[in-house]
Design a protein around this ligand. Structure first.
Ligand SMILES: [Zn+2]
Length: 71
């Protein structure tokens, strides 16, 4: 199994498995902290496309709360 070595600095992780969902989705996305907006965009797009959420500021807020800092 391949291993991922993240570079130095803080990374943030979006774990779809943490989202309440009827699908057993385990999508994980990781980005450097200075690309938080990119990760948020990707996570929101995923939620809209694959989980039939509506793209609203509320959804963006919910997804934003799910992002976890990795040390
Ligand atoms: Zn998902």
């Amino acid at each position: 199994m391949a291993q991922i070595h993240l570079g130095d600095g803080t990374w943030i992780l979006s774990d779809c498995g943490q989202m309440p969902s009827e699908k057993n989705c385990k999508l994980i996305m990781v980005a450097p902290v200075d690309q938080r907006e990119d990760l948020l965009d990707a996570a929101v797009a995923h939620a809209v496309k694959h989980h039939a959420h509506e793209e609203t500021p509320e959804l963006r807020g919910e997804v934003s709360k799910m992002l976890v800092d990795l040390e």
